[in-house]
Design a protein around this ligand. Structure first.
Ligand code: ZN
Length: 214
């Protein structure tokens, strides 16, 4: 049996109202592109939201910023989700826009124990990054200083008794101490938004954190 871990209404409403920081916007746009149910809920909020939107002045966009990417995402028409050779992209359209292509364009950095990460953006709301965990491997056991949202793009991970696969979101907060484990068979690639630096419990991860600022 599998449980569906869909994106929350709170995030969809924030997105519809244009009240989220760009890091969170990108996560929501990516999650919605993988989940028809979430897309339908968002459409509902957008219809309602049009009536209640405050007419705040638009801030000018910095070229190359996440804001600029999100402006393009919001204006973009739906893009085909398969490549010319018929193989499905791992990165949904909003992420391909942010990265400049599919996985081959990601500029990974080693984070130890085979884990790789790539920072996509940083703003007042936190950081957004791609994370790749080798198949079958556990992430370091860690707590959180703030909120962490993890959207699975490839493979799956298990956290306690729950399984998260492509399109699923896990939300962790300051009360969560957990150790997600990537399933065997395929490296697990996730999109992760954190609003504060993670607090790792083990000594080695803590040292690594100082170097990598993850
Ligand atoms: Zn976590």
């Amino acid at each position: 049996m599998s449980t569906r871990h869909a994106i929350s209404d709170d995030l969809l409403m924030g997105y519809a109202a244009g009240h989220l920081p760009p890091s969170h916007d990108l996560l929501v746009a990516t999650a919605v592109s993988l989940d028809d149910g979430a897309r339908a809920r968002l459409a509902g909020f957008e219809a309602v939201g049009g009536a209640v939107l405050d007419d705040a002045e638009e801030a000018p966009l910095r070229p190359g910023s996440l804001d600029a990417v999100m402006a393009r995402v919001r204006n973009a028409k739906p893009v085909s989700i398969s490549q010319p050779d018929g193989r499905a992209d791992v990165l949904p359209a909003p992420l391909r826009d942010a990265v400049g292509g599919d996985l081959g364009k990601v500029r990974w950095k080693a984070a130890g124990m085979g884990v790789r990460h790539a920072l996509l953006g940083q703003d007042e709301g936190g950081t957004i990054r791609l994370l790749s965990i080798p198949a079958g491997q556990a992430m370091p056991d860690h707590g959180h200083n703030g909120a962490e949202m993890t959207l699975v793009l490839q493979g799956a991970f298990v956290d306690g008794s729950e399984r998260f696969a492509r399109g699923d979101i896990e939300v962790a907060d300051a009360a969560t101490e957990h150790q997600p484990v990537a399933e065997a068979g395929q490296d697990c690639i996730c999109l992760v938004v954190t609003d504060a630096p993670l607090k790792f419990s083990g000594l080695l991860p803590r040292i690594a954190q100082r170097f990598l600022k993850i």
